[in-house]
Design a protein around this ligand. Structure first.
Ligand SMILES: Cc1cc2nc3c(=O)[nH]c(=O)nc-3n(C[C@H](O)[C@H](O)[C@H](O)COP(=O)(O)OP(=O)(O)OC[C@H]3O[C@@H](n4cnc5c(N)ncnc54)[C@H](O)[C@@H]3O)c2cc1C
Length: 368
């Protein structure tokens, strides 16, 4: 029997990972998208802006997120074992928390409690290792994801498995994807991996941007990641100070912020100054060796950047739905969008879940 044809819309980390898993499962796969990994970066395409690293967010309040992160950690570890040239790297990470440590069952189901279940080399920090103002912390081995190289790597892998690609203009509906090329009218199912685009394409008003601003500096000697988080205090929002090395390019990503429903694509200088100050306090070695002890003006800044995380109230949407098709009748869709600030670290788990939904939809086992 010939392979069934699947049409994926979107070529970010979610569309590419899903396309790869579908090809591995024996489907014929086409991807249609407006933005592609090697294009100049635009604010409409989130994936190229991400730091990124795998430091899981899941807590007991969202065990599905925990499972997606855990299976993605396993998949990425497996990729590194099989191919040393994959742009992923194990590296040490230190996490500091200013808020009090949860107690009892809540501790085990907290973010760090769940991380302790599967990250290699996990240990809680001793009190003498905590900087001023920090209540508790942990150290472990995490995964650095070199996004500028990882996205093109995924695209090459998709093509090498026989996947086909089609560039389109901005679609005004998901069904328009079927007419981007005549061969696509044979597709038996469509997978929606459009990130923030799902807000208008579905349409899904639960999808909104969470603005992230970054400063990228040159500091090839930094090989360890850091995160310090503090709770909201009086008028001030919660703070997230993080340092993510990109070991292949010798740069380091400094952040960050999470501004709900803010579409502004322009870096704000006062925010960049705030990140640089917080990050330099966390890791004074960010300064070039001949400028140690200096100020934020001595950092070797390469880029100020802004990306919009495709957040969704209710979390990631992994679900079967249907669409009116141009031939009459309805075409099944699998939604795979709404990955917020954790799209890389849930990418393979989400892709596996989407493939399972495709199987169910094509075998008539899902309720449409
Ligand atoms: C500053 C920052 C830091 C981050 N750090 C991390 C991190 O450390 N770890 C982590 O796991 N995640 C991180 N993220 C989150 C991660 O980047 C996102 O969750 C992920 O990139 C979302 O991928 P996506 O494929 O769903 O969407 P996108 O990358 O936006 O891809 C959407 C695709 O759909 C296409 N599309 C959309 N609308 C249309 C349309 N109308 N017509 C045609 N095509 C369309 C686009 O062209 C594109 O190909 C970070 C994000 C930011 C901004």
């Amino acid at each position: 029997m010939p392979a069934e044809q699947v049409l994926v819309v979107g070529a970010g980390v979610i569309g590419l990972s899903t396309g790869i898993r579908l090809l591995e499962a024996g489907y014929e796969v086409d991807i249609v998208a407006r933005d592609w990994p090697d294009d100049p970066k635009t604010i409409e395409f989130t994936s190229p802006w991400a730091g990124a690293h795998h430091v899981a967010y899941g807590t007991g309040a969202d065990m599905r997120l925990h499972e997606l992160e855990r299976s993605t950690f396993a998949a990425m570890s497996d990729m590194m074992r099989k191919d040393a040239s994959v742009p992923l790297h194990f590296a040490p990470q230190v996490e500091y928390r200013e808020q009090p440590r949860p107690t009892g069952k809540d501790d085990g189901l907290s973010q760090l409690g769940l991380i302790s279940r599967y990250y290699p080399d996990f240990r809680w920090l001793e009190s003498h290792e905590l900087p001023d103002g920090v209540s508790y912390g942990a150290a472990f081995t995490h995964i650095l994801i070199e996004t500028p190289a990882y996205l093109p790597h995924l695209l090459r892998r998709f093509k090498s498995l026989g996947g086909r690609t089609h560039r389109c203009d901005s679609l005004s509906s998901l069904s328009d994807a079927l007419s981007v090329h005549p061969s696509l009218s044979r597709a038996k199912i469509l997978i929606n991996c459009t990130g923030l685009g799902a807000r208008t394409l579905v349409p899904d008003s639960a999808v909104y941007p969470t603005r992230g601003q970054l400063v990228i500096v040159r500091a090839p000697w930094i090989k360890q990641g850091y995160m310090r988080s503090g709770p909201a205090r009086e008028e001030k929002p919660a703070t997230y100070t993080y340092i993510i090395p990109r070991v292949e390019s010798g740069t380091v990503v400094l952040g960050g912020c999470a501004e709900k429903n803010n579409w502004d694509p322009t870096p704000r200088p006062e925010l960049a100054k705030d990140f640089k100050t917080r990050c330099l306090a966390l890791c004074p070695d960010l300064l070039p060796p001949n400028k140690r002890g200096g100020t934020i003006d001595d950092l070797d800044v390469v880029e100020d950047a802004v990306g919009l995380r495709p957040t969704r109230d209710g979390g990631i949407r992994l679900e079967v739905d249907s669409l009116a098709s141009s031939q009459g009748g309805r075409l099944p869709i699998v939604h795979n969008y709404g990955h917020g600030g954790y799209g890389y670290q849930t990418s393979w788990g989400s892709a596996d879940a989407a493939v399972e939904l495709v199987r169910q939809a094509l075998s008539g086992k899902s309720k449409l």
